[in-house]
Ligand binder design. Structure first.
Ligand code: NAD
Length: 257
């Protein structure tokens, strides 16, 4: 990447939550930002100076069309934030519906795969680039009642490590960020579902999650975005193949609420 040229950053599922925090952080440091999402209304509310496209991260045709347009407009890509992910069903393994499993794995893992697959030729050709995958602490531990999500987030780590090995000789890096519980509407939905499943309150589940960390905390989307900026910046230039938690240090991933 040439120092006086703007960093070109693509963020999948960037119209809300963690992806939006990443887009804002990169835009604030002067990067050119391109956000994709499924939610057309949310895309319409983004900063008009950003590029945005409606694209399903798990659709090969949507992602192929996106990268064709991106290549035409930008000619290359410096930072990929493969961030798309859905929570999937909350159920014990014996009750887990196959269609819910497949949908969760498709968005989380196949979405990360497609983003990496289409970014690789661009980054390889320019002999630089940085891929950042949003995994989860669910990709470092088991996660009772969330088997497809945990399996997909572990899968992302294997994908990331392989990509780091394939592309490292071309000066391209790959890392995964593993956020703990992030304050916001998505975790509120998770807390509500789990409280219903366990017959307890949202607050009890919240306390359970927080108490499983050394710092007794949730994190914020901006903490995850700051790690993405570090990985894409000068400090991260020899950091590759790593799964880095931003979670206040998970001590007990299943605090049995
Ligand atoms: N929120 C947390 O506590 C938490 C913790 C660890 C990891 N994560 C991961 O972080 C990433 C972002 O999570 P978030 O909390 O910001 O999520 P979110 O629920 O706020 O959703 C972010 C966006 O994803 C979009 N989206 C959903 N399916 C899509 C698809 N198929 N293609 C394109 N866009 C799609 C939604 O429209 C939404 O705008 C996910 O991969 C998630 O698994 C979240």
């Amino acid at each position: 990447m040439v120092a006086d040229v703007k960093k070109r950053v693509l963020i999948t599922a960037g119209a809300s939550g963690i992806g939006l925090a990443m887009a804002k952080a990169f835009a604030e440091e002067g990067a050119s930002v391109w956000v994709t999402d499924l939610d057309q209304d949310a895309l319409g509310q983004l900063d008009p100076s950003w590029r945005s496209s409606k694209a399903d991260a798990s659709s090969e045709s949507d992602m192929a069309a996106l990268f064709q347009e991106l290549k035409q407009e930008w000619g290359g890509l410096d930072v990929l934030c493969a961030n798309a992910g859905i929570a999937g069903p909350t159920a014990l393994i014996e009750d887990m519906p196959l269609d819910g499993w497949r949908q969760c794995v498709a968005v989380n893992l196949e979405g990360a795969f497609l983003a990496a697959k289409f970014s690789a030729p661009l980054m390889k050709a320019q002999r630089s680039g940085c891929m950042i995958f949003t995994s989860s602490t669910a990709g470092l531990y088991g996660y009772p009642n969330r088997s497809p999500y945990s399996a997909a987030k572990w899968g992302i780590i294997g994908l990331m490590k392989t990509v780091a090995m394939e592309l490292g000789p071309f000066g391209v890096r790959a890392n995964a960020i593993c956020p703990g519980s992030v304050e916001g509407p998505r975790m509120e939905r998770v807390l509500a579902k789990e409280a219903a499943l366990k017959g307890t309150t949202r607050d009890a589940i919240y306390e359970g999650y927080a108490s499983g960390t050394s710092m007794r905390t949730f994190v914020e989307a901006r903490d995850v975005a700051a790690m993405a900026q570090f990985l894409a910046g000068e400090g991260g230039r020899y950091v590759s193949g790593q799964a880095i938690a931003v979670d206040g240090h998970t001590e007990n991933p299943d605090p049995k609420v």
